[in-house]
Design a binder for this molecule. Structure first.
Ligand SMILES: Nc1nc2c(ncn2[C@@H]2O[C@H](COP(=O)(O)OP(=O)(O)OP(=O)(O)O)[C@@H](O)[C@H]2O)c(=O)[nH]1
Ligand SMILES: [Mg+2]
Length: 267
């Protein structure tokens, strides 16, 4: 049986939580995911009980940590906060409480021999992606929208209107930033509602998926925060895209992606 490697460390709740900076802390988290089974040999699974009694030590100093700012965008009620809560805390609430101020999550991702420390911002709905820094300063100060290294665009699989919302946001991002070099993943959330869709709605769902994959050439994941379906897959896809961009930038000759056509990599 493959070992369970914890992929995330939760660390912030209204600035009162602890900030985890060591990889060994990842293994202290009770919640584990089977995402990467081929971690470098230096990273060994640690017995959780044993680890909790000792001070954490960092024995992976030579693995560089990349700090990534991730913005989560989408219409109200599509499940942005639910996806993050499910990923970070493995919890779900059926109550819709609108996000009215910026909330930050700081999980970490490990994929192969890469470590990404994420700072995820969950913010109140934005009506328009700021076209320049003046606009950002005036309307969305401190959200870090234009400086984000990656984006998750979330829509509700049962609402075409919410897909149109992210269509507009994607257009706005791509007209003011070089979207081809930024990982952007589209999340069709509430996939547990698919069986309740009418044939017309289902056709629209498949058409939307095709637009994302073939026209926009972006990652597309159907997920359910409610049933924890594909939630970790979203972040695995993100980590892979971040790695692709990184490897392309540094021209890593040993990369598994070397020689492969990568539509999301830097030119
Ligand atoms: N059926 C189902 N409901 C979901 C799912 N994810 C979220 N919800 C529900 O959708 C509602 C809105 O979820 P939120 O996570 O608050 O949505 P949000 O996008 O953060 O909304 P705002 O903060 O207003 O922008 C809540 O009632 C959730 O319980 C899902 O995967 N399936
Ligand atoms: Mg929210």
């Amino acid at each position: 049986m493959s070992p369970n490697y914890s992929l995330l460390a939760i660390n912030q709740e209204n600035n009162t939580g602890r900030r985890v900076s060591s990889i060994s802390n990842h293994f202290m988290e009770k919640q584990s995911f089977n995402i990467s089974t081929d971690l470098p040999s230096r990273i060994q699974p640690v017995d959780i009980q044993e680890k909790e009694e000792r001070l954490p030590t960092r024995y992976d100093e030579d693995i560089p940590i990349k700090y990534i700012k991730l913005a989560v965008l989408g219409d109200t009620g599509v499940g942005k906060s639910a996806v993050l809560e499910r990923f970070v805390r493995n919890s779900f609430s059926s109550h819709h409480e609108r996000t009215t101020r910026k909330q930050e999550y700081m999980p970490s991702l490990i994929l192969d021999n890469s470590i990404f420390e994420l700072k995820i911002v969950d913010i109140p709905v934005i009506n328009r992606f700021p076209a320049n820094s003046e606009e950002e300063w005036e309307e969305y100060r401190f959200y870090g929208l234009r400086s984000a290294h990656a984006y998750l665009l979330v829509f509700d699989v049962s609402s075409h209107q919410s897909f149109q919302f992210i269509t507009t946001i994607r257009d706005q991002i791509s007209s003011s930033r070089d979207i081809s070099s930024i990982p952007v993943i589209v999340i069709a959330n509430k996939s547990d509602l698919v069986p309740t869709l009418s044939p017309d709605q289902n056709r629209t769902r498949l058409e939307n998926a095709n637009i994302v994959k073939k026209t926009w050439k972006l990652g597309y994941v159907e997920s359910s925060a409610k049933y924890n379906y594909n939630i970790t897959y979203i972040f695995r896809t993100l980590a892979q895209e971040l790695k692709n961009v990184e490897e392309h930038k540094t021209g890593d000759k040993n990369s598994r992606n070397q020689g492969k056509k990568c539509f999301r990599c830097l030119p």
